[in-house]
Design a protein around this ligand. Structure first.
Ligand code: SF4
Length: 355
């Protein structure tokens, strides 16, 4: 089996475990070289897409995801918050835009939205969209009709993570099935929205589970446009608080293999960045990660302060990816506004959850 990948090849949906294992087992330099070569075929290697994440409803979630401080099953001392007012959400979006974010993600800790919730989230989508930001939501499972409503309101992306391999899944979540997750992704796809779906590493899974997660994502009929790869943030009070650390180089390998298998997707360096050194994050960018969340908190777990991100971008010569309609001048202006905002100290995003 070839351990090299043709970087000009079309996107594939027939990855086998043997092939994925062969990529993971490459010498690190060979793997990184391949990942970087693939990356350069499809993206500007010095641009990283920047999203802001806001929790619009925090805590008391009936699901039992063992990594999540928002689950009502665990006592993590998390401050709960009901669904935010539409206006408050729009104010946060305005701040995010002024700080250079191009996408505004809104997360609610629900099993699924109810019909009563829908009018509010639809107002939020329309308002954020009207500001010229891309919109993303994560609200739990969706029925077909709900996916259609969100899509009609203008929602660009829906986030729903597969979390891990099908085999390991029931060690992490018992209140809904892998099939449920795949069904929601199908409804999202059918409605015409883009998919943001990835997983979490370091939950005690095996290497095979990591291969399995990437195979599930890459072998979907259409690969997710956005693939968040999270490193577990161990939160006290959750069942995973004492799980053994994952070797950070295994995390980098997973990013690199994800980049090779899903060459046109944005691979997002997501939760867990706070615990990563600048050097590890730099390596992740080299391995093909090209999207981050920006702001003080990633849902309920800490995210590196915005200015640390900006300083790292500067040191690496990386700039935030622009939306097509943003001119260079607009982007420069936004960055200047962000630097000013840092000096004013009151940095936003009281963000919050992870579905
Ligand atoms: S990850 Fe999402 S669905 Fe799972 S407990 Fe947390 S908020 Fe609920």
């Amino acid at each position: 089996m070839p351990a090299t990948v043709d970087s000009n090849a079309e996107v594939r949906h027939d990855w086998t475990e043997q092939e994925v294992r062969a990529l993971f087992e490459l010498p690190m330099n060979d793997l990184l070289f391949q990942a970087q070569s693939v990356h350069r075929q499809h993206f500007n290697p010095n641009e990283v897409q920047v999203s802001t994440l806001l929790s619009i409803k925090t805590g008391s979630c009936p699901e039992d995801c063992k990594y999540c401080p928002q689950s009502a099953h665990y006592n993590t001392g998390l401050e709960k918050q009901r669904l935010m007012e539409v206006e408050a959400v729009l104010n946060k979006a305005k701040q995010a835009k002024a700080s250079g974010s191009t996408r505004f993600c809104m997360g609610a800790a629900w099993k699924h939205p109810t019909d009563r919730d829908m009018p509010y989230v639809i107002e939020m989508i329309k308002g954020v969209k009207a500001m010229g930001l891309e919109t993303c939501m994560t609200l739990g499972m969706l029925k077909e009709s709900q996916a259609e409503q969100l899509s009609e309101a203008g929602l660009d992306y829906y986030n729903h993570n597969l979390d891990t391999s099908p085999e390991f899944y029931d060690k992490i979540i018992t209140t809904r099935t892998y099939e449920d997750r795949l069904n929601t992704l199908q409804h999202v796809r059918d409605s015409g929205m883009k998919i943001c779906s990835g997983g979490i590493l370091g939950m005690g899974e095996t290497a095979r589970d990591r291969y399995g997660l990437l195979m599930q994502l890459a072998n979907l009929p259409q690969q997710p446009e956005s693939v968040p790869i999270n490193m577990l943030v161990k939160v006290q009070g959750t069942p995973l608080e004492n799980v053994e650390d994952l070797d950070p180089l295994e995390f980098i390998r997973t990013i690199a293999v994800a980049r090779i298998m899903m060459p046109k997707s944005h691979v997002r360096l997501s939760a867990g960045r706070e615990q990563m050194s600048d050097e590890l994050q730099s390596m992740a960018f080299f391995a093909g990660a090209n999207s981050i969340f920006y702001g003080e908190c990633l849902l309920t777990t800490p995210n590196p302060e915005t200015n640390r991100d900006l300083q790292l971008f500067k040191r690496l010569g990386i700039r935030p990816e622009q939306r097509i309609e943003d001119s260079d001048a607009d982007q420069e202006q936004k960055l200047a506004a962000e630097i000013q905002a840092q000096q004013d100290a009151d940095l936003f995003v009281d963000a919050t959850a992870t579905h």
